[in-house]
Design a protein around this ligand. Structure first.
Ligand code: NAP
Length: 413
């Protein structure tokens, strides 16, 4: 990828004690182009980003892209899938954006994405879901969906603590639990552990509530399966309410208090904290989507619900996302590397472009994020789309990946 002339002039974004960022006019931002279709969509996205920044600030600001290696390109050049230098770049620059990465088979790494999240402690997976006019959607009123999923990224059954059936470790645990904890598990069972802590649950909920307050959303819903998994998912719910009461007493109110103390009417200026059992939340998302804004949830619930919501607005292939920690934030396309389309300049770059719009919001450059979203929506609703959307729309003009980016740029002018 060409990031020509970018290394010398950039300045670092800095993190303030209160968690806010100070962003210079020429910030250094890491870009990892990704594998498969990654180079195509990264090239298209960077073109859109640079044009939007130039347009929004009349040339006064410019991102200095710092290309970092990960995935196949990194392996070919350095022999490592995720070089230490890339991690250092991300720690230094604080903000980065990445294309999809191939999961190496048998390389001793479960997944590069999971490794990146763990090493940099990117504990919140944030996935905004809203409808873009013109996108073919499977529901009647997709425009009623405007939700932002905050998924806990480090714990739950995804922690990877599991042993196969009949392994010595699983057998040992089955015996131990039988002998010491008075619980019987069928001999020969596989065992997985579901750790969930107050610390990790609360830092996720804290971030979700802050986001709702900053963005002017009306409610935060804790999505859990606490009716069955009382001490893990049930505790997530409990810890979430406790955090809201302890740290955001003046800015939030529980749904119970809205009914008990305010006759069911949400007091002005207060974000309502509510909770829903996960299976019910899937129903609510379809039946009453406009009653939900920010959703905070444990890892597995978040994995399922974020994809289901994205599908609801027809945007699985264009859903944006980010993995955010207290120090570093990495914005990313949510789809994979689609290797069969690699190098064909064919696929839809919207997921990466919209992730970039989120990134600019995060940097405090909202004008850029808004410009990108507006121009992308105008392009899609005019019927200028890549093959994936064209095959579902009547009368659409199918364009290449780079042409789609160019069409977005032209709509900003
Ligand atoms: P995938 O790469 O997402 O591709 C599956 C299908 O989704 C494609 O064949 C294509 O459908 C459609 N698609 C994906 N991206 C698209 C785009 N930008 N525009 C239009 N259509 C798009 O999933 P996969 O084949 O399961 O995974 C391939 C590799 O990606 C694996 O190595 C996997 O580990 C990795 N992966 C990485 C990430 C990540 O880095 N975040 C996430 C998921 C998977 P059609 O064939 O119908 O056109």
């Amino acid at each position: 990828m060409s990031t020509e002339g970018s290394t010398q002039k950039g300045q670092l974004i800095t993190l303030n004690d209160d968690g806010t960022l100070t962003v210079p006019d020429n910030p250094m931002v890491v870009v990892i182009e990704g594998d498969g279709i990654g180079p195509d969509i990264s090239r298209a996205a960077v073109k859109v980003f640079d044009s939007a920044v130039a347009k929004a600030y009349g040339g006064q600001r410019k991102v200095q892209w710092q290309e970092a290696l990960a995935g196949e390109k990194a392996f070919a050049e350095t022999g490592q899938w995720l070089p230490e230098e890339t991690l250092q770049n991300l720690r230094q620059c604080i903000v980065g954006i990445k294309g999809p990465l191939t999961t190496p088979v048998g390389g001793g790494i479960r997944s590069l994405n999971v490794t990146l999240r763990q090493v940099l402690d990117l504990y919140a997976c944030v996935r905004p879901v809203r409808y873009y006019k013109g996108v073919p959607a499977p529901v009647r009123f997709p425009e009623k969906v405007d939700m932002v999923v905050f998924r806990e990224n480090t714990e739950d059954v995804y922690a990877g603590i599991e042993w196969p059936a009949n392994s010595p470790e699983a057998n040992q645990l089955v015996s131990y639990i039988g002998e010491h904890l008075n619980r019987e598990i069928r001999p020969g069972s596989a065992i997985g552990i579901k750790p969930m802590s107050r610390f990790a649950s609360q830092r996720l909920v804290r971030r979700a509530i802050r986001y709702a307050l900053d963005q002017g959303y009306q409610n935060v819903t804790l999505v859990h399966k606490g009716n069955i998994m009382k001490y893990t998912e049930g505790a997530f719910r409990q810890w979430g309410y406790e955090l809201a009461a302890e740290e955001f007493a003046e800015q939030t109110i529980s749904e119970a208090d809205v009914y008990e103390k305010h006759g069911g009417k949400q007091p002005q200026g207060r974000v309502v904290i509510k909770d829903r059992i996960a299976d019910m939340m899937f129903q609510q998302a379809l039946l009453r989507p406009d009653e939900y804004d920010v959703l905070a949830m444990p890892n597995l619930n978040g994995d399922y619900l974020s994809d289901a919501l994205a599908a609801q607005v027809g945007g699985l292939g264009m859903a944006p996302g980010a993995n955010i920690g207290d120090e570093v934030a990495v914005f990313e396309a949510t789809h994979g590397t689609a290797p069969k389309y690699a190098g064909q300049d064919k696929v839809n770059p919207s997921s990466l472009i919209l992730s970039g719009a989120m990134m600019f919001d995060y940097m405090g450059w909202q004008e850029v994020g808004d410009l990108i979203r507006t121009a992308l929506e105008a392009t899609v609703s005019a019927g200028t789309v890549t093959y994936d959307l064209a095959r579902q729309m009547d009368g659409a003009e199918e364009v290449k990946c780079s042409e789609f980016a160019q069409a977005i740029v032209e709509r900003m002018a």
